[in-house]
Design a protein. Structure first.
Length: 388
């Protein structure tokens, strides 16, 4: 990359970005054994998942804002160190309560390195160059939830957390060696000035587009167990395979973005192609959910297509949302992630309550999200025009 500040290796940034989704998803296949071993009811064991994402979401913005003050490197390394210690505690947790506390601190630690990878890329590059870097990191980040359930099911939860602690410790050492500070020196931007940059630029519309895009995924996760397993259309194992396939489709989309950029397609072109795939597959998916909800094979294929478009569209859209000065990139990156999580959680809460049919509710939420996404993208492009 051509930049004034040295950028850490993309493999290191990608590994750091992958840790959060891996840590969040790894225990999912082991919840039954967690409950049995620690003497907890199944519904209580699910708190092992929810508390992680609660801590993760609430710590994003403080970590991003702190990185704009003291630098990306110390905040990222501190987060990785906290994740290491918390993972050791999780591996040896004697009770469910101890495991929940450890998972909370895992969430606090995982938020910083994942979100700061985007700010680091923004510090060192812009335009197509930044999108190329972001697409590489996205491949790693999307691979995290694809590999995590397999690792959890294979290793079990204690060995899984033990392996995670070793991986996080290795990243602490690598980051201490190769994670260069990319925040430019000089006076720091006041919170009021940061707010001005976020409000006046394309941050809000592209952030809204990303939130609408991810809300379709969150809605699917909310209905999938009842709609597919509960109805007898899929077994629990088959649903797990489907989720793994969706994760690999996200990897495929991020890889397609990377390859397209290397072959000369602009980041604008990549974003538009990805958005087109999401729009067409999403419309077909919602229409099929209304017209023929029992036709399973086409439904799964269309959702894989949505995930492919999502993976392709996300890297350039993120970098457009981060069209802010480096002194505000930390908090901007954190806000993008936090809004996606909270917006997705809202959609997940809403979709089971809209109608008596889960797939009908999913269809209407998908239609709404697609409309918001397209409108936000158009709005964001209009905000970019004066700077062109």
């Amino acid at each position: 990359m051509s930049q004034t500040q040295p950028t850490p290796p993309l493999v290191l940034l990608g590994a750091a970005a992958a840790l959060a989704p891996f840590t969040g998803s790894m225990p999912i296949p082991t919840l039954t054994s967690v409950g049995e071993e620690l003497g907890a009811a199944p519904e209580d064991a699910t708190r092992v998942i929810s508390v992680f994402f609660l801590a993760f979401a609430t710590s994003m913005i403080p970590a991003g804002a702190l990185s704009d003050r003291i630098g990306r490197r110390p905040v990222a390394i501190g987060g990785l160190a906290l994740l290491t210690v918390a993972s050791v505690a999780a591996a040896f947790a004697p009770t469910l309560e101890a495991l929940i506390v450890a998972r909370f601190f895992q969430g606090l630690g995982a938020a910083a390195p994942m979100n700061l990878t985007r700010a680091v890329i923004r510090d060192g590059a812009s335009g197509d160059e930044a999108t190329r870097a972001m697409s590489v990191v996205s491949v790693f980040q999307s691979a995290g939830p694809a590999i995590a359930p397999i690792a959890g099911a294979t290793l079990g939860w204690r060995l899984g957390f033990g392996a995670l602690s070793i991986a996080a410790l290795a990243l602490v050492a690598l980051s201490a060696w190769r994670w260069n500070e990319t925040l430019p020196p000089g006076p720091k931007t006041s919170p009021l000035s940061q707010l001005h940059h976020l409000v006046q630029g394309p941050f809000i519309p592209f952030g809204v587009a990303l939130t609408a895009l991810s809300s379709i995924w969150f809605s699917f996760v909310a209905i999938a167990p009842a709609a597919f397993v509960g109805s007898g259309w899929l077994s629990q194992q088959e649903l797990g395979l489907m989720l793994t396939g969706v994760a690999f489709s996200l990897v495929g989309g991020a890889t397609a973005a990377q390859v397209s950029l290397k072959r000369g397609l602009s980041s604008d072109g990549v974003m538009r192609i990805g958005a087109g795939i999401v729009l067409l597959s999403g419309l077909a998916l919602a229409g099929l959910s209304l017209a023929a909800p029992g036709v399973l094979a086409p439904w799964i294929a269309l959702f894989f297509a949505y995930a492919l478009g999502n993976g392709m569209m996300t890297p350039p859209t993120i970098m457009r949302a981060l069209t802010v000065p480096s002194s505000a990139a930390g908090v901007a990156s954190a806000l993008v992630g936090a809004v996606q999580l909270f917006g997705g959680a809202l959609a997940a809460e809403l979709v089971p309550r809209l109608t008596d049919s889960l797939l009908t509710s999913f269809a209407w939420v998908t239609f709404a999200c697609l409309g918001v996404m397209v409108g936000a993208l158009v709005w964001g492009e209009s905000r970019r025009q004066p700077a062109a």
